[in-house]
Design a protein around this ligand. Structure first.
Ligand SMILES: [Zn+2]
Length: 240
């Protein structure tokens, strides 16, 4: 081995030794799930964090399931501890605006402000910035897409809805969720619906029994190669 290479190796060894210990204990990392090889599904919870988020996080932890939270900035501001816990426990944080206006009826400045304020609130609460945008009501147009591009974010809708906000019934939420579940699916739920929290243990157990890995949206969309401003899944009639 040449002297130059061996001294480089020595430097590398020193760097590894001197790497600082993590500031806090993290959840041990398991081998990442490859959604090209196994059945994956992403449960997504909109409009939170709600006051029930702690119960939901307890359930997710118990069953070793990951989820994605499309957060509303105003509640990130009022319940920052939940947001911090979501990030610490390996869930994904997405941006769902600050106060939930219909972006297709809003001025560009208002949309930018809604997104930016939420990015800032999440960063302040959890130390990370969302990389995905879910426009309120799942409504977007070319102006919204252009602004999402400015923020470097693709827009994420859903492949199926639990209709939890409509039924507010544990059995109905479970039934609907299992009906729309599919490999690579992105399921819309709401953590402010109390019955969703109540249905969650049974839903997770049923999905896992069917072989699903419950992962984040970023895991599920990995193969899609989405660019900022893209929308997924593409809604009918969408043109860009
Ligand atoms: Zn919403």
């Amino acid at each position: 081995m040449s002297r130059q290479i061996s001294s480089l190796l020595a430097i590398a060894a020193v760097c590894v030794t001197l790497a600082p210990a993590p500031a806090f204990a993290q959840t041990p990392k398991k081998a990442p799930v490859d959604c090209e090889q196994v059945k994956c599904i992403a449960l997504t919870f909109d409009d939170g964090p709600s006051k029930y988020a702690g119960t939901l996080l307890d359930t997710l932890k118990k069953y070793d399931a990951k989820a994605t939270f499309f957060l509303e900035g105003q509640y990130v501001k009022s319940r920052p501890a939940f947001v911090k816990r979501m990030a610490a426990e390996g869930h994904e944080l997405g941006n769902h605006s600050y106060s939930h206006p219909d972006f297709t009826k809003a001025e560009a400045g208002e949309i930018r402000n809604e997104i930016k304020k939420t990015q800032d609130a999440v960063k302040k609460a959890a130390g990370v910035e969302p990389k995905l945008l879910r426009p309120p009501y799942g409504l977007a147009d070319l102006q919204v897409s252009d602004i999402a591009t400015e923020f470097g974010m693709p827009m994420i809708l859903w492949t199926g809805g639990s209709e939890d906000w409509k039924s507010r019934n544990v059995e109905a939420i479970k039934k609907k969720t299992m009906e729309v579940a599919q490999p690579g699916g992105i399921i819309l739920m709401h953590d402010w619906v109390k019955q969703t929290e109540d249905a969650m243990p049974a839903i997770i157990k049923s999905l896992q029994k069917k072989g699903y890995h419950l992962v984040t949206v970023s895991e599920v969309i990995k193969g899609q190669n989405l660019q900022p401003g893209d929308i997924f899944p593409v809604p009918a009639g969408w043109q860009k």
